[in-house]
Design a protein around this ligand. Structure first.
Ligand code: CMP
Length: 140
């Protein structure tokens, strides 16, 4: 099915100047960038975005990292976009990411892991609305 997913290029990858290379991978996989912007998140915004992880031991470091520099946020649309984007990203821990994935090629650590992608249709809808409240998202 045609889906939309929320993608974030994190501060480490923006600092490395590989935004275009990562966009190319989305496009080569048939994912269309239907919305995009650069933002520098506040601690409050980063904490709100990652609220599901609030009780996890890595939450504080995660928020600190996400506000350490600007990020690029985009909505990707295409057939099976959520799973396709997760395949392109590779495992959360770059050390475990398959060769040729974005995290294997551009990420340094589990926090500085280059990209974020929604993990399910429900979270995708919430995450897209968080950054692009004007975008209409329909589940049917
Ligand atoms: P992301 O897909 O953005 O979602 C939450 C982030 O928390 C994750 O990528 C990692 O960058 C970060 N993180 C740090 N430690 C862990 C961990 N042990 N498990 C999962 N995510 C972690």
């Amino acid at each position: 099915a045609i889906e939309r997913t929320l993608s974030i290029i994190k501060p480490d990858a923006v600092a490395k100047n590989v935004v275009g290379k990562i966009y190319q991978r989305f496009e080569d996989a048939g994912l269309k960038i239907i919305a995009a912007k650069q933002v520098w998140l506040s601690e409050r915004e980063a904490g709100e975005f990652y609220a599901v992880h609030k009780e996890r031991p890595f939450f504080k470091d995660l928020v600190a990292f996400m506000v350490s520099g600007p990020v690029f946020v985009q909505v990707l649309e295409g057939d099976d976009a959520i799973a396709k984007n997760r395949e392109l990203m590779g495992a959360t821990d770059p050390k475990k990411a398959a060769p040729g994935t974005i995290r294997a090629d551009f990420a340094e650590s589990i926090d500085a892991n280059a990209v974020h992608g929604s993990d399910a249709p429900e979270t995708a809808a919430v995450e897209v609305a968080f950054f692009f409240p004007g975008l209409n998202v329909y589940s049917r």
